[in-house]
Ligand binder design. Sequence first.
Ligand SMILES: *Cc1c(COP(=O)(O)O)cnc(C)c1O
Length: 465
Amino acid sequence: MTQTPSPEHEHTGTAPPPARYDAAVRAAVERRLLSEAGPVAGFIDTDGVRASVAALHGAFVGAPGAVLHTFAAKACSLIPVLRLLADLGMGCEVASPGELRLALEAGFTPASVVLDSPAKTREEIRLALALGVAVNADNFDELRRVDALRSGGTDSVVGLRANPQVGGGSIGPMSTATDTAKFGVALRDPGAREAVVRAFEDRPWLSRLHAHVGSQGCPLELIAAGVAQTYELAEEINTRLGSRRVTSLDIGGGLPVNFADDTVRPTYADYVAALEAAAPGLFSGRYALVTEFGRSLLAKNGFIGARVEYTKNAGGRRIAITHAGAQTATRTVLMPDAWPLRIGAFDPAGRPKGGPVLAQDIAGPCCFAGDVVAFGRELPELAEGDVVVLYDTGAYYFSTPWAYNSLPRPAVYGFHAAGPDGAVAFATVRETQTMDEIAAESGLAHADALVRPEEPAAGGRSAPR
Ligand SMILES: *Cc1c(COP(=O)(O)O)cnc(C)c1O
């Protein structure tokens, strides 16, 4: 099993663009979902999402114990998407009060929600315990808070996050199991294992171990090794305490996504095979399992479409200025080597462009020089009114915009093939942010605050006038 894309694809995205979304791009232009007035939008392939969820569930059908597959809300924090996933039998992993609210609005039952933030306040813990949402404590101090806050009783499953310290992958910020990562109890630190065993000994209600070993850039074997360490720790706790204290393992998410071409690799079946090899006892049925996948469920099921506003030459380089930049392709712009994207070129009618290719920079609308989503990419020559498509952006792209330059959050639409004739049906998931909304979130209600100061109240809200 190898995840390394062939070198010529790795940073240049020269694989042919996928044809599977051509009809959707064409229909989006015809329906004016991409237009001069709305020059950038995100699109989600709902049939693709269904297929990805089915592949995940299918890979685990042989597991004898209970398995709860949760979706990591941060990967696509849009209520209609979360509701689709709830409808497909998924649970939800949340890491903030905002994500918890979205999950509940989407219709997830509290028992199918897992709260994982590394910085939970007492109030957040209290709310989760009152609702019956599962809580994975990040550290011993948090466990001590739970001791105090659960005294009134709770239906919540409570777990402890471990950092198996198995090392990192090729993208530092995506590697959660390095020696010095900020998450969980660092298991290889002196005394840590002993302290974990004691934490379980002291708390009969503590019943879960949690690990999330890494995300993009982490090889499957590394993820499996981290899960295996967590399984072995559970076995050690249960053996030493003489009873089954750990009854479930939350094994996290983080399956890497292949951004170089259309194939899904590794697959969920590859993931299960890697786990079976690294920790055969994991599938003995002695532990209920929880998974937390995000990127691998959504990335290949979404794309960004953006109009080309201008083209120009600078220093011998051709540049297309489009409406897709750092506000929606944030990671790609800030770390272009770690997050290369395939790009497609379409004419103003939304048809794939042909003709000779030319190396072009695909730039965005933001006012900083690095706002470029692809450098020197060989594509048919782009012109004003054309559409560029950024593929594999269904996770962590249009759903997680950046408010730089007060650019609006782009609209998001779901789509599916509506009939044998290839007709495409769209549904609005989120409208483009309006200028009124941008003004409101930029302090409009307090416009006078600095020229006629008011007294702010605790908690960040201004005193009413
Ligand atoms: C982000 C995150 C996930 C999901 O990671 P992906 O790489 O999107 O699958 C799962 N668990 C935790 C704790 C996370 O922080």
